[in-house]
Design a binder for this molecule. Structure first.
Ligand code: HEC
Ligand code: HEC
Ligand code: HEC
Ligand code: HEC
Ligand code: HEC
Ligand code: HEC
Ligand code: HEC
Ligand code: HEC
Ligand code: HEC
Ligand code: HEC
Ligand code: HEC
Ligand code: HEC
Length: 260
């Protein structure tokens, strides 16, 4: 890369008001000079600049200096070409990144963050759109207050039954598509009992072998899935009997309060 050096000693002396040097031969401004007048910035960059302290110098960003140079502030796109990443196409880079300490990001101070997060985390953004829920309306930073961290569901919601843990929530819900409820076959009955008291009570009191089955064993995988008796039992009686009484529950009453 070839950098233009517009900075000169005369410019420097003009700003510092050293009139005696006006007309002296122009010497390019060095990186080591910045400390003389911008010492706090030099200290800040050295301590927190990250790759902006090690991969570039002050002068590679600040190609000009006032009053001669009017273009002292570089555009980020000068080095982070928008074509190289979706992230380099978002608005207001300095709203999140102070160029002198680029990784100290105050997300709470940023305005609309979702498009920016999605510029790097395409999958999560796509999932929230594909499965619209009230979480889709939230800012990513409602839950991710610091980059890479997240709040627990229980910081914002109560459990369905007492004692349910954060890990339990994940058995059924995913944060970016919370309304799609899936669960494994061996999920405990207590997962369902808080919302389905009648079925839970009936099954608990029932003395047939259905009593020993978990809700999720019959209502497999997906919330609101309803099996038919035939899924598991086929047609166990005489053909003529099934023809005369096509509805199993005519005799067996209810799968949860099964009669034999
Ligand atoms: C002799 C003191 C002095 C030195 C040395 C000096 N500056 Fe400055 N700099 C100033 C002053 C004074 C201003 C404010 C000028 C203005 O606002 O017109 C300034 C302003 C700036 C600005 C802001 C320009 C803008 O448009 O807002 C940048 C960037 C800058 N300096 C970078 C540097 C860098 C990089 C170096 C080292 C290569 C450096 N300066 C060396 C005195 C200095
Ligand atoms: C990666 C590019 C980059 C590097 C490296 C960099 N700066 Fe800056 N600097 C900027 C940008 C961009 C701004 C304007 C920030 C804004 O608009 O808030 C800025 C602003 C400034 C300003 C004026 C505003 C202020 O904060 O007072 C000064 C002075 C300055 N830089 C000096 C320096 C010095 C000295 C160094 C080296 C120690 C340095 N910069 C390193 C990009 C850089
Ligand atoms: C003069 C070139 C230059 C300019 C201008 C510049 N950067 Fe950088 N920046 C770099 C280089 C080089 C790196 C390290 C390699 C890379 O990531 O491309 C870097 C790294 C970064 C990093 C990662 C820092 C780290 O320590 O991991 C961030 C964030 C960043 N730049 C943001 C910005 C923003 C925002 C702007 C505009 C305000 C900007 N840069 C302007 C050259 C520049
Ligand atoms: C809403 C806040 C936000 C805005 C606006 C933003 N960024 Fe970032 N940027 C981040 C976060 C968060 C990271 C990840 C930091 C980490 O990994 O710790 C990041 C990382 C980076 C990195 C280092 C990783 C990489 O992919 O190279 C660069 C460079 C960067 N941003 C440049 C930019 C530029 C250029 C702009 C403007 C076009 C910009 N950022 C706008 C939040 C933002
Ligand atoms: C410049 C790209 C970039 C931006 C912008 C960015 N991230 Fe990330 N993010 C990453 C990378 C790379 C990682 C994985 C590396 C790490 O752990 O730091 C990550 C990690 C994460 C993690 C933790 C992943 C895990 O497996 O633990 C979460 C959560 C996260 N980001 C959310 C966000 C949110 C919310 C935003 C917007 C405020 C955001 N990110 C902005 C690049 C980015
Ligand atoms: C309602 C809260 C909530 C919202 C809103 C939210 N997330 Fe998450 N996100 C989480 C939780 C909780 C996890 C942890 C998942 C885990 O541990 O498996 C997570 C995990 C992540 C991860 C890590 C990868 C993964 O899937 O485990 C990334 C990246 C991420 N979220 C990005 C985003 C982005 C981008 C947005 C906004 C478009 C967003 N999130 C909105 C709660 C949320
Ligand atoms: C930052 C707070 C926050 C966190 C953390 C959070 N949520 Fe939510 N969630 C909300 C808000 C706000 C709503 C909208 C309805 C309301 O006010 O309860 C909501 C709604 C929901 C809904 C109903 C969605 C709809 O469209 O009807 C479900 C299900 C849900 N959350 C599950 C979870 C789960 C599971 C977790 C953990 C992975 C979680 N939430 C984490 C704030 C949060
Ligand atoms: C059995 C699996 C299961 C577990 C475990 C589970 N949920 Fe749910 N959750 C559901 C179902 C089913 C709904 C209702 C969906 C509907 O109305 O269609 C729901 C609804 C919600 C709602 C929307 C408001 C409401 O009460 O209807 C929130 C919020 C929620 N769950 C949070 C949580 C949290 C927090 C946890 C962990 C403590 C959790 N869930 C654990 C299955 C589960
Ligand atoms: C957060 C409360 C909640 C939890 C937890 C919950 N459900 Fe539901 N469930 C509901 C709601 C609300 C409905 C809809 C009721 C209606 O439409 O009358 C429903 C409906 C059903 C239906 C009937 C669908 C239909 O078409 O009539 C079945 C079957 C069902 N749930 C099974 C389960 C099973 C099995 C579990 C545990 C793995 C469970 N539910 C956990 C709230 C919940
Ligand atoms: C042996 C299999 C089986 C078990 C175990 C089972 N169910 Fe059902 N459930 C069914 C069948 C079959 C139906 C449909 C009944 C019908 O067609 O009227 C049903 C219907 C339902 C319905 C909707 C109609 C109603 O009765 O409200 C809910 C809700 C429900 N079950 C919840 C549960 C819960 C909660 C559990 C665990 C406590 C559970 N089920 C255990 C087979 C089962
Ligand atoms: C997901 C599978 C499943 C579904 C659906 C199902 N059952 Fe069963 N049922 C079983 C299992 C397992 C047993 C225990 C005995 C066995 O292994 O056959 C059983 C036992 C029975 C028994 C004998 C009870 C005893 O104590 O000897 C009857 C009667 C019965 N089921 C009727 C029904 C009826 C009627 C329906 C529909 C409303 C139904 N079942 C739905 C799995 C199921
Ligand atoms: C006219 C009443 C009636 C109808 C209709 C009926 N059953 Fe039965 N079923 C019985 C009686 C009575 C028994 C207990 C006698 C026995 O063990 O053979 C029984 C027993 C069973 C058993 C337990 C068999 C065993 O080996 O323990 C199963 C399973 C069963 N029925 C499933 C079904 C299914 C599935 C349907 C619907 C397709 C159905 N029944 C329809 C009356 C009926």
């Amino acid at each position: 890369m070839k950098w233009r050096f517009f900075l000169t000693l005369s410019a420097l002396l003009v700003i510092s008001g050293a009139s005696s040097a006006v007309g002296a031969e122009q010497t390019p401004l060095q990186v080591s000079d910045c400390d003389k007048c911008h010492s706090s910035i030099v200290t800040d960059v050295a301590a927190h600049g990250g790759l902006h302290a090690t991969a570039v110098t002050c002068l590679e960003c600040h190609l000009e200096h006032p009053p001669e140079g009017t273009d002292a502030i570089p555009a980020c796109s000068m080095c982070h070409a928008p074509a190289a990443s979706a992230h380099y196409q978002v608005d207001n880079c300095v709203g999140c990144h102070n160029p002198h300490h680029p990784l100290a990001i105050d997300l709470a101070a940023a305005s609309e963050v979702n498009p920016v997060c999605v510029s790097c985390h395409e999958n999560e953004g796509a999932q929230l759109q594909e499965y619209p829920s009230l979480h889709t309306e939230l800012s990513c930073t409602a839950c991710h207050q610091e980059h890479g961290e997240y709040l627990s569901c229980l910081d914002c919601h109560g459990p369905h039954v007492e004692g349910q843990s954060y890990d339990d929530c994940f058995t059924c819900h995913k944060p970016h598509k919370p309304t799609v409820v899936r669960y494994p076959e061996n999920s405990p009955v207590s997962y369902c009992s808080g919302c389905h008291e009648q079925a839970t009570q009936d099954l608990a009191q029932n003395r047939t072998r259905h009593h020993d089955l978990k809700c999720a064993y019959c209502h497999k995988d997906q919330h609101k899935a309803i099996p038919t008796c035939e899924t598991c039992h086929g047609k166990p009686h005489e053909k003529s009997m099934h023809n005369a009484f096509p509805d199993c529950l005519k005799c067996h009453v209810d799968p949860h309060a099964l009669a034999k």
